[in-house]
Design a protein around this ligand. Structure first.
Ligand code: ADP
Length: 461
């Protein structure tokens, strides 16, 4: 167990966009000096403008800039940064990066490399979770990848099944197989996709749950052996297995189910010696059974909805844990107040199959007072401001609109008002699509599951 205090006064944020701005906001509030890094495409980006100091990493291509481990470490050394926050995406779940930082004597604001490795592979992670008594989706996650054996296992599980790349992530390398006749072709397709995306074609098979909800638990562990859960988020509204709208708490949870899922999530984290912020994703079936899907070993895009209902600052928790401080709260001290939604604002065109959009944002503002909204009800986590240019090089998410209300209906009404008050000009966004979702009667009526968008295509597009 580590006990020495691990202080640092300068934090480098190895990311861009809204998450870099959001991490730096808390770091500044805690009195830390902030260092941004950037690619040539981002030389004038908001996260660069807001940092105390900024270092160029390289050309626009992520591989040569935000994913360039040597350049990031060099930037930390040049600026005397004692710690690096990776945000999400890019190097946040890269074990080699974490090991390189350990070598260089720089603190990684995140879990140890061993915990990232334990969860990095879906098959290996499932084997570990079975040990920790965390319920799994029935399925096969063995090493033997023989076609005939996989076919037999799929039959045993019973169709429909889901084929998943063991090394997968970001919704890639996944396929639903409805019947045995379609298995072989799906297996070949999935392997091909997985090889291309992850240079790895090992597969696992799961029972395909027909109408599950995606409910994930926020966990936090410190380096002194303490672990807590900060309740759950419902991220069932997805398009092609990617989250669109998230909320906390998950509607319809009983206190018993919340506690059972929370405890399972903390067990999952402790099984792998976890330290820091993590998310344990579960599928929740209509009968209240829940099954481990995977653990994300980083801060999630949707963490603000948890902050809104708990009143905690998760980035502050991360930085304190990285300084070897104990968790700021015990489980008993954490409570849920009200309800929160997050809508992801993307530069993409819903009318053109969500094609990413680029250009100059002539306007990007949210007039709260004009919409009769209060500052404590609405939060805009944005990586851009009016006048900024949106390039084609990175993820098209521009900002996140987060709202809070006394209950779900109040929060939903606020979300709709805030979406309407968002003034974006110059670049096409998904705002109208989000408005159709957030005003949809079935969404209001809690007809939630991961196929919500698919089922309501006719009224959403
Ligand atoms: P990724 O790591 O690529 O995000 P996940 O394993 O987290 O993939 O799954 C992403 C989404 O796919 C889930 O949120 C859920 O909607 C759907 N999904 C995954 N596994 C199953 C399953 N066994 N049955 C039904 N839906 C599933």
């Amino acid at each position: 167990m580590i006990s020495e205090v691990n202080k640092f006064d300068t934090l480098l944020v190895a990311n861009r966009g809204e998450i870099a701005c959001r991490v730096m906001r808390t770091a500044r509030r805690m009195g830390l000096k902030t260092v941004a890094v950037y690619s040539d495409a981002d030389a004038n980006a908001r996260h660069v403008r807001e940092a105390d100091e900024a270092i160029r990493l390289g050309p626009a291509a992520a591989r040569e800039s935000y994913l360039n481990i040597d350049a990031v470490i060099e930037a930390a050394k040049r600026t005397g940064s004692g710690a690096i926050h990776p945000g999400y995406g890019f190097l946040s779940e890269n074990g080699s990066f974490v090991s390189a930082l350990e070598q260089a004597g720089i603190i990684f604001v995140g879990p140890p490399a061993s915990a990232i490795a334990a969860m990095g592979d879906k098959s290996a992670a499932k084997a570990r979770m079975a040990n920790a008594d965390v319920p799994l989706v029935p399925g096969y996650h063995g090493d033997n990848q023989d076609d005939a054996l996989l076919f037999e296992e799929a039959d045993k599980i019973g169709y429909p099944v889901m084929l998943k790349a063991s090394a997968g992530g970001g919704g890639k390398g996944m396929r639903v197989v409805e019947k045995s006749e379609a298995f072989q072709a799906a297996l070949e397709g999935c392997r091909r996709e997985s090889r291309a995306a992850f240079s790895d074609d090992r597969m696992l098979i799961e029972k395909y749950l027909v109408q599950p909800r995606h409910v994930e638990v926020q966990v936090f562990c410190d380096s002194h052996g303490n672990g807590v859960y900060l309740f759950e988020r419902d991220c069932s509204v997805q398009r092609r297995h990617q989250k669109v709208l998230e909320e906390a708490p998950a509607p319809g949870m009983t206190p018993e189910l919340r506690q059972a899922m929370g405890n399972a999530a903390v067990r999952a984290a402790q099984e792998i010696g976890y330290v820091g912020a993590g998310t344990v994703e579960f599928l929740l079936d209509a009968d209240g059974s829940f099954y481990f899907m995977e653990m994300n070993t980083r801060l999630q895009v949707e963490h603000p909805v948890t902050e809104m209902i708990t009143g905690q600052d998760l980035v502050e928790w991360q930085l304190r844990v990285a300084m070897n401080e104990p968790l700021p709260c015990t489980q008993d001290e954490l409570t849920i107040t009200g309800h929160s939604f997050e809508a992801r604002i993307y530069a993409e065109d819903p009318d053109q199959d969500f094609l990413p959009a680029t250009g100059k944002l002539t306007r990007f503002t949210l007039d709260l007072a004009g919409a009769g909204l209060q500052a404590d009800q609405v939060r805009l986590d944005s990586g851009v401001e009016s006048g900024d240019t949106v390039s084609m090089h990175y993820d098209p998410m521009l900002a996140k609109l987060i709202v809070h209300g006394v209950d779900r209906n109040a929060a939903l009404a606020t979300l709709n008002r805030a979406l309407a008050a968002l003034d974006v000009q110059g670049v096409v966004t998904n705002r109208a699509f989000l408005q159709r979702l957030a005003t949809h009667p079935a969404f209001k009526n809690l007809e939630l599951d991961t196929r919500f968008i698919e089922r309501h295509e006719a009224t959403l597009f």
